[in-house]
Design a protein. Structure first.
Length: 73
């Protein structure tokens, strides 16, 4: 996961939380002071608790699938 040249992967026997934020910012005051910009931020950290990585667990009843296409333009 992650940008080219800055890939993130989990160490053996551990999990990684990964967050990527993309936001298209348009200033309220117009573009004379600042032009519209894409804010892009990536963060990751190793999960510290002991986890069971032997399978993917899903609560019962199954959880609703989350997708990232809700606010695409």
């Amino acid at each position: 996961m992650g940008d080219t040249g800055a890939k993130v992967n989990a160490p053996a026997g551990a999990g990684v939380m990964f967050v990527e934020i993309n936001y298209y910012y348009t200033p309220l005051s117009g573009t004379w002071l600042m032009s519209p910009a894409r804010i892009h931020y990536v963060a990751s950290f190793i999960v510290r608790d002991n986890r069971d990585f032997s399978q993917i667990f899903n609560p019962s009843p199954t959880a609703t699938r989350s997708t990232c296409n809700l606010y695409l333009t």
